[in-house]
Write a protein that binds this ligand. Sequence first.
Ligand SMILES: [Zn+2]
Ligand SMILES: [Zn+2]
Length: 317
Amino acid sequence: MSNERTNLSAVIYGAYDLCMELREIPEPQVGEVQINVRATGICGSDIHYYKEGGIGPRRLSRDKPMILGHESAGVITKVGEGVRGLQIGDRVAIEPGRSCGVCARCREGRYNLCPDMKFSASLLQGPNDGTLREWVTFSATLCHKMPESMTFEEGALMEPLAVAVHSVRRTQVNIGDKVVVMGAGPIGLLVAAVARAQGAISITLLDINVSRLNLARTYLAPFPLQTIALTLKPRDSDEENLDWSQRIVAGLEGVGEADHVFECTGAETCVQMAVLLARRGGSVVLIGMGAGKQTLPVDVIGTREVDVKGNFRYANA
Ligand SMILES: [Zn+2]
Ligand SMILES: [Zn+2]
């Protein structure tokens, strides 16, 4: 990254329509700091914007472009009026969501649910420009000082880690608990790591991608992570998804009866399996985002008192 005062920014206009542009360098307002971004992770949502030009009903357009990126860390280069506790040269991990701070949800501390949340690189309440650029400004309260031992790349990972911390807090994983994680992508991996740190004694990770499962075992070693490679439901199968899921779960040995299941794929069959793998009185946390309309075994949810919980980004993580 150059030290010239340009603000090279990755701007997305639509599917496969990404331009590197020089934008204005933002000046910090009252309570804000200016940050020279040193590392930015690419999130699944960035990939959706790049490949599909949007997420769900929200679409990019030529007259509504957006700077990508929301997993970033950098160095403070300017400090606005009224900022306390941060100074020029501080290395910080950025929390990239600007909530209103005054609504009922913000005031009860669940600011991730703020209806006016302006989250970086999201079209919700946006487009809100993201952090895949050289310079950004954020409220000082959203900048978290990094320990000296932490690299900028690790600092950028604090954002997806916050998702994992929040999801594990949504359901209170306790020492000795049995956990199942659907999906071995970055979030699934981080959820498994946080569940382990919370004291889960048994963690099983399921995915269709064997190399991801292999990486996960190395990542969590020496913890004896159990991994299971699932097969995709054949496209020409006319079996109902729920019947397929029930059949697959019935064939899995020693995996069910989980205290907590974290669903990190959003795929209908995985959401169904998540419910079926939870024990009586267990919980399912929905982290992955897939199709809005899905068939769930509500009889199982009802009679086994399975708590199905939503999960949206994070707060105070
Ligand atoms: Zn993300
Ligand atoms: Zn609010």
